[in-house]
Design a protein around this ligand. Structure first.
Ligand SMILES: [Zn+2]
Length: 301
C-alpha cells in the first residue's frame, strides 16, 4: 500500500469557514502546514500558534500578500494521528481556538552504520560544529516581513533523480564503538553523482553559502518570511550570500562533503524553523489560492 488513508473529514472540509478568517487544513499532516487566511490584517494581528498537550509546536505572525494576510504554521513530523490545537489572536487580543486532527502518516525506519571518520564527526563536540549549529538555528528563526514570498510551486533541485532517503525517516546511527543514536531525517536525499547541477527549488535570496563541518558545502535560500530551502553536501558553490536567485538557477554542484556515506544531495524545507516535507509544496504553493486540495502522502523511499 503506497497511499495512506487520510481522515475523510479532512478531505471533505479542507476549508473551515470561521468568523473572519479561514483555516486551510488540506495539508494537516505530519510535515505539512495549517494555513490561516484573512482579508483583514487586524484579524490576525496577534499571530497564531499550534499547540499539542499544552506545548507550543509552532507560532508565527501573518505574511501580507497582495490579496490577503496569511499565517503558515508547520506541523512537525512526529505528530501522526494526533489532535492539536490552533490558537489565533486578533488586534483586540481576542483568542480563538480550534481543534485540528492530524492525518496519520507512516515513516520508514533505517539503520545506518557509520565509519570511524563519520562516527568521530557526528560524536564530536568541536566548538566550530556547535557555533555552526547555533548560527543555523538563528538564521532559520528569522522572520523578515520584507522578504518577498515565492508564489511558484517548488521544482526538484536535481530533477527526477532517485531518492535514497525520505523526509521523516526514523534513523538509527550505529557508531564504530557500538554506541547508537536515534535521529529523524529532516530532508530528502537524492542519490546523484558528484558534479550534478543543483537548481534553486524556488526564487529567493541566498542567506547562507558556506562550508560547514557536518553538512559540507551548504546553501540556504530564503523564499519568504520564515521560509527556507536547504541544500547540503555540495561539491562546489556557484552563488554567494546576499545574491537573489530565480527558480531553476544553478546553486552549485552536488557532492559528498561533510557527513555523507555516499554522493547525494540533501534537500530540506523549513518553515519557522520546523522541517516540513518539500514534496508537499511541489504540488501547491506556500500560499494556496484557497481551492481545496486533497493530501496524498507518498511513503516510497
Ligand atoms: Zn539527508
Amino acid at each position: 500500500m503506497k497511499r495512506l488513508p487520510v481522515s475523510v473529514a479532512l478531505l471533505l472540509v479542507p476549508l473551515l469557514l470561521l468568523s473572519a478568517w479561514d483555516v486551510d487544513l488540506s495539508l494537516a499532516a505530519p510535515g505539512g502546514i495549517v494555513s490561516v487566511v484573512s482579508h483583514e490584517g487586524d484579524e490576525l494581528a496577534g499571530g497564531a500558534e499550534l499547540r499539542y498537550q499544552g506545548r507550543t509546536l509552532s507560532a508565527s505572525e501573518a505574511i501580507s500578500t497582495e490579496e490577503s494576510y496569511i499565517i503558515l504554521l508547520p506541523i512537525p513530523c512526529d505528530l501522526s494521528g494526533s489532535l492539536i490545537e490552533l490558537y489565533v489572536r486578533d488586534a483586540g487580543d481576542a483568542l480563538t481556538s480550534l481543534e485540528i486532527p492530524i492525518a496519520v502518516r507512516e515513516f520508514i525506519h533505517e539503520e545506518i552504520p557509520l565509519s570511524i571518520a563519520m562516527s568521530e564527526l557526528r560524536q564530536s563536540d568541536d566548538p566550530r560544529k556547535i557555533e555552526e549549529s547555533r548560527r543555523m538555528w538563528e538564521l532559520l528563526g528569522r522572520f523578515d516581513p520584507a522578504a518577498s514570498l515565492a508564489e511558484e510551486v517548488l521544482i526538484l533541485p536535481v530533477g527526477e533523480a532517485r531518492k535514497s532517503s525520505s523526509y521523516g525517516d526514523r534513523r538509527l546511527f550505529i557508531y564504530t564503538d557500538g554506541e547508537k543514536s536515534r535521529s529523524l531525517h529532516y530532508g530528502i536525499d537524492y542519490a546523484v553523482p558528484v558534479g550534478t547541477s543543483v537548481a534553486a527549488a524556488a526564487g529567493g535570496r541566498v542567506v547562507l553559502a558556506a562550508e560547514r563541518m557536518l553538512t559540507g558545502f551548504s546553501i540556504v535560500l530564503e523564499h519568504g518570511p520564515g521560509i527556507f530551502s536547504i541544500y547540503y553536501h555540495l561539491d562546489a558553490l556557484a552563488v554567494e550570500e546576499g545574491e537573489f536567485v530565480e527558480q531553476g538557477d544553478i546553486l552549485g554542484t552536488s557532492g559528498m562533503t561533510g557527513l555523507a556515506t555516499g554522493p547525494h544531495l540533501h534537500w530540506e524545507l523549513r518553515i519557522n524553523r520546523i522541517p516540513v516535507d518539500p514534496l508537499l509544496f511541489t504540488a501547491r504553493p506556500f500560499v494556496s489560492s484557497g481551492t481545496a486540495s486533497s493530501l496524498n502522502v507518498d511513503t516510497d523511499p
